[in-house]
Ligand binder design. Structure first.
Ligand code: ADP
Ligand code: MG
Length: 322
């Protein structure tokens, strides 16, 4: 299904940053505690992600590159309580169909590592290889077989900036994982596993975390934690608005609205809300089963969530500070 898989890939894989997002999600789902990313030429030349996660059994390597093969959803019922970041089983297959891909994996129980390679839609047989316990996925020459799409890519610097933003979001939502990023061989970020507040400071800088207040609101099984910038923080060039639902980056009208209202009502600030917030909620109360590239969610109890966020954030912003 060469052509079909390339068309499908186009919907999910737009640019190097989309590849990086899929690979990082897989490493996180595999329970990695350490993830290292190497990028060359903005990701157009190379994107390599190495993790120390659970690995893939040798006999499942070809399956991992096959469309709709996922190890993460066992039943239709599971679809309503998704806790993994991936679940459609199309990420790797999509990437593979538009690049030169190598997947090397070593399960802790296995004697040695195995590697499987693909060139576009052509899949090779697995071969013995060497690798520590975990997985490395290497993606070269993205869209080599789709020149029209390759033309839509921007400069190396712009594509790398998109990759960096994806990397930041993952690092912000998984503080307990050590992350390293290199671009063209140069070390760009190295963040040791830490508490959430410390990670936020490392990723967004003292300028942000030093002028922010920590909030923690729990009610009826829902939790909202994170940092809210105070007026002393004048937002720099980047848009510092990070909201995660169960570890997934979300940009959602309902949430944005609740936050904007709270900042306006309490601090009389119209535009300069800046925050990193983590919402923890029963997976059954939220539908993440929208398109993979979208960052929206659907809450079962949308009104209640809006109120919870508005009140929690208002309360934290109104607290007297020393
Ligand atoms: P999905 O993440 O939706 O399941 P993918 O195409 O991204 O689908 O990955 C296919 C399968 O390959 C996963 O379900 C998982 O079993 C395996 N896999 C991919 N990457 C890794 C990794 N880094 N570590 C362990 N297993 C992985
Ligand atoms: Mg995946």
């Amino acid at each position: 299904d060469g052509l079909i898989s390339q068309i499908a890939a186009g919907e999910v894989i737009e640019r190097p940053a989309s590849v990086l997002k899929e690979l990082l999600e897989n490493s996180i789902d595999a329970g990695a505690t350490e993830i290292t990313v190497n990028i060359a030429q903005g990701g157009l030349k190379l994107i390599r992600v190495t993790d120390n996660g659970s690995g893939i059994p040798a006999e499942e390597l070809p399956l991992a590159l096959t469309r709709h093969a996922t190890s993460k959803i066992a039943s239709q019922e599971d679809l309503h309580s998704i806790t993994s970041l991936g679940f459609r089983g199309e990420g790797l297959a999509s990437i593979a169909s538009v690049s030169y891909l190598s997947l090397i994996s070593h399960q802790p129980a296995g004697k040695h590592a195995w590697e499987i390679r693909s060139e576009g839609t052509r899949l090779m047989s697995p071969e013995p290889s060497s690798h520590m316990a975990g997985t490395t996925v290497e993606v070269r020459d993205l869209f080599f077989n789709l020149p029209a799409r390759r033309k839509f890519l921007k400069t190396e610097a712009t594509e790398f900036a998109h990759c960096e933003e994806v990397f930041r979001r993952m690092a912000l939502s998984h503080a307990d994982i050590t992350f390293t990023l290199r671009h063209n061989g140069n070390l760009r970020s190295h963040w040791q596993a830490a508490e959430a507040a410390e990670r936020i400071g490392a990723v967004l800088g003292e300028e942000f975390s030093g002028a922010a207040t920590w909030m923690d609101e729990q009610s009826a099984g829902i939790g909202l934690q994170g940092m809210l910038a105070l007026p002393a923080y004048s937002r720099a060039t980047r848009d510092m608005q990070y909201f995660f639902v169960n570890g997934r980056f979300i940009r959602d009208k309902l949430i944005t609205h609740a936050l904007r209202e709270a900042y306006r009502d309490v601090l009389h600030l119209d535009r300069h809300a800046a925050f990193v917030l983590y919402l923890a909620i029963d997976p059954e109360q939220v539908d993440v089963n929208v398109h993979p590239t979208k960052t929206e969610v659907r809450f079962r109890e949308a009104r209640a969530i809006h109120q919870f966020i508005y009140h929690g954030v208002s309360k934290a912003l109104a607290l007297p500070r020393s």
